[in-house]
Design a protein around this ligand. Sequence first.
Ligand code: HEC
Ligand code: HEC
Length: 363
Amino acid sequence: MKWLDQRNKLTSALLFGIFITITSCVKDPALGDPILSCGTQFEVKIPASTPPMPIPSDNPMTVEGIELGRHLFYEKMLSGDNTQACAGCHLQNKAFTDENKFSIGINGFVGNRVAMPIANLAWSEKFFWDGKANSLEELVLFPIESEVEMHENVFRAVQELRETDKYPGMFYQAFCDSTITVENMAKAMAQFMRSIISYNYRSIPTLGKDLRNGAQQRGLEVFQDETKGDCFHCHTLTTFTTNFDFANNGLNADPSLSPGLAGQTGNPNDIGKFKIPSLLNLRHTAPYMHDGRFETLMDVINFYDTGFHVSPTLSLDLLKHTKDGKPVPRAWSQQDKLDLFAFLITLEDTALINNPKWSDPNE
Ligand code: HEC
Ligand code: HEC
């Protein structure tokens, strides 16, 4: 399988990387432990109600590492023909998702998956719609090598970075090592992506305390009401509107045609399960679902009412709204649905879209 090949390449890259890391470790006399990175520690700021940010011990976040990762995220040199950066499909002004339904890679290849927004990924344990990457460090290599995305060999990409004036110095500042490795490139980009945090004070930590009008306030109630929207089990508000899990939300009558997580785990219980996306910035993330099948949020709401399909792996949170293998219309009125819509679009974070820290450093 292709991704297993990629994994093997990653393992060799990591082994090589470990050698480099050991030779560049610095001893902290106070702790006696080797420090695995240089640079200035980055201070994470998150709302009080959010669980602490998990940061891998072998890739602590530093100001210099994040800045390097930002440059790499906007670096077209990482693609086969030097035309496509990560940011080409993950646009800041679209909440780091794509403006096309299906992303277009180099050579005009069109994929069959909607690009995913990049925010709050530090809390996630698996990545991509079907969970095929297990860490952000590992993930970085997938789009670079994917023939429908950037189609570049990572070792060649690293070689190109080595030949620049700019990057060896930036790698030195981030990792006390100016030798550019695949491992450090991946680490820097992972740090940058972890630093992208998006939330909405109005709706999330205070659970609606400051919603502006009655429709939005009622919409929050519909979202949380188990007889109406019943959305919160999967799109948990206190954790950035997702529980970071995978679920079958009933998109297909025969989920084996699009097996999702099961394609990675081989577990039949995972058939048709996809990553539960965040509902932040929905204004920018249409079309919706992994295959972009819904253009509007009202389509999505009507889907959860009576449009979803029952199958053996359908989530229990949806199965309870069915009878005899069919969805049962919920106890909500047309007004409730409009209120839910009004609430969903308050989950907007303009700071994500405008924050200069995450913008193109070349502009
Ligand atoms: C050609 C468009 C394209 C390019 C270029 C691209 N991506 Fe993506 N990205 C996508 C698509 C499409 C998905 C969803 C793919 C899937 O699930 O199969 C995705 C998913 C992701 C995710 C998963 C988010 C999550 O919640 O699990 C991350 C992170 C990501 N990309 C980062 C990157 C990085 C870093 C780069 C550059 C090295 C990059 N992307 C380049 C289109 C692109
Ligand atoms: C069983 C868990 C579950 C429940 C309950 C649930 N969702 Fe989802 N939701 C998902 C999953 C999984 C996806 C992604 C499915 C895919 O694309 O394959 C999703 C996708 C979405 C999307 C698309 C987001 C995007 O960027 O593509 C929206 C909007 C959404 N859900 C809103 C809601 C609303 C509103 C409710 C309540 C009426 C709700 N969800 C209830 C699991 C759930």
